[in-house]
Design a protein around this ligand. Sequence first.
Ligand code: PRP
Ligand code: ADE
Ligand code: MG
Length: 220
Amino acid sequence: MTTQPPLAAATTASLPTDNAARLEPQPTTSATSASELASAKISLRAALRQFPDFPIPGIDFIDILPLFADHSLHTSLIRALELQVLALNNGSKPDVIVGLDARGFLFGPSLALRLGAGFAPVRKRGKLPGPTEEASFDKEYGQDGFQIQNDAIKKGQSVLVVDDIIATGGSAAAAGKLVSQLGGNLVGYLFILEIDFLKGREKLNAPVYTLLKDTSEGTA
Ligand SMILES: O=P(O)(O)OC[C@H]1O[C@H](OP(=O)(O)OP(=O)(O)O)[C@H](O)[C@@H]1O
Ligand SMILES: Nc1ncnc2[nH]cnc12
Ligand SMILES: [Mg+2]
């Protein structure tokens, strides 16, 4: 993991003074959104933890769970993801967010609610009832299999795949394949963190967006 950049002063927007205004979504200019996003990224990065040799020797495991333990960080995370999506495709929103079992379930539904999108889970093999599509894949520390229910996505719906981390890209590529098998229009992938040296994005055939990058070289 790279050295953390120094903390920047958080941006403060002036607060609305009446209750009605407080309940409405507050309009933001792209400049204030960019500044809010940059500020959130600094706090989010600072909260990540690293555990060497987990779950197997040689893997530097990056733990994203502190982002959910603290209410303020959790709020910043969901807002940063929302801002990242709104910055794509001139603000057009996907019809469906597809989240990957298990850590993609921690924030995929919250993001879908914010965006007014549906949420569909891609689950590890053997967890979903009814007709499903299946794909096997290799990931940084093993092999696995994903499934999606056949009616989770309607033909032509725009789909954004979200997950916590992209390492080798095996998990995300398998999920993208399932979306395409159902006739979904895969508009991109969104991750909290990309482990750069593993070059996972090269396996993906739609635009890749990440809030944070781990640019350390790794030991493998
Ligand atoms: O890019 P890759 O090499 O495929 O690795 C990334 C995937 O590995 C982890 O999931 P994992 O299945 O290990 O655990 P989880 O069930 O806790 O999400 C992580 O949450 C990503 O989904
Ligand atoms: N190094 C890593 N840390 C956390 N989750 C991962 N998933 C795949 N590689 C990972
Ligand atoms: Mg996962």
